[in-house]
Design a protein around this ligand. Structure first.
Ligand code: NHR
Ligand code: GAR
Length: 214
């Protein structure tokens, strides 16, 4: 089993998708800890409900980013994880953190990278009149939202889409794409292949709501 730490800041709907996937042992991964930088994050409630270990590490309790990141590392390493999974984690991680987990640190981002790095991606996709929108899973490097892509899921933007409908559509795709990517990584590990060398995959949403190649 691939051991995961999941880092969240908010609702945790992506965490929930991973919890649901982990109910099936064929998925190949298990969540050994959920860490939030915000004590009020609803995702912590989901984690407790699922009987998972949780930790809250709030930035205001630390003198600077390095001290904060060192505390994150101490907690995550105590869980002895194979993969660190950012799922709506809203704090930028420093170089030392990223180096410590090089090749073991994954993010899901709500845009078709390299378009719309950073925040407010749905509003920016609308403002840019993008024909397509979606989400990306990538390895995290020190450069924000610029690490190697593993997979994307795309849909066509409709004339009546607004930030709320785009948010909902992206979430729907994220909840399918993230568990799938982690399963691919678990499979690569089991075959003693290098997960970092996984080929890039692009998906779209089929009429019946599943991911299909495209
Ligand atoms: N850290 C590194 N080094 N590299 C990445 O690619 C990272 C990362 C940490 C988080 C997620 C990311 C996203 O998918 C992520 C990728 C937070 C911000 C941000 O500006 C930007 C991108 C992402 C996450 N955070 C502000 C900060 O000062 C705080 C914003 C807030 O609290 O609202 O950390 O989009
Ligand atoms: C997700 O859409 C994720 O892609 C995005 O935040 C949402 C979290 O939702 N991540 C970022 O914007 C990272 N900066 P969730 O808490 O319900 O999983």
């Amino acid at each position: 089993m691939l051991r995961l730490a999941v880092l969240i800041s908010g609702q945790g709907s992506n965490l929930q998708a991973l919890i649901d996937a982990s109910q099936d042992s064929a998925w190949g991964a298990c969540i050994v800890g959920v860490l939030s930088n915000r004590a009020q994050a609803f995702g912590l409630e989901r984690a407790r409900q699922a009987g998972l270990a949780t930790a809250v590490i709030a930035a205001r309790d630390y003198a600077d980013r390095d001290a904060y990141d060192r505390q994150l590392i101490a907690q995550i390493d105590a869980w002895q994880v194979d993969l660190v999974v950012l799922a709506g984690f809203m704090r930028i991680l420093g170089q030392d953190f990223v180096a410590h987990y090089a090749g073991r640190l994954l993010n899901i981002h709500p845009s078709l990278l390299p378009r719309h790095k950073g925040l407010d991606t749905h509003a920016r996709a609308l403002a840019a009149n993008d024909r397509q929108h979606g989400c990306s899973v990538h390895w995290v490097t020190a450069e924000l939202d610029a690490g190697p892509l593993i997979a994307q899921a795309v849909f066509e933007v409709q004339a009546d889409d607004d930030v709320d409908t785009l948010t909902a559509k992206v979430h729907h795709l994220e909840h399918r794409l993230y568990p799938w990517v982690i399963q691919q990584i678990a499979t690569a590990r089991r075959r003693q292949e290098n997960p970092y060398a996984l080929p890039f995959h692009r998906y779209r949403l089929s009429a019946d709501g599943h991911l299909e190649p495209g």
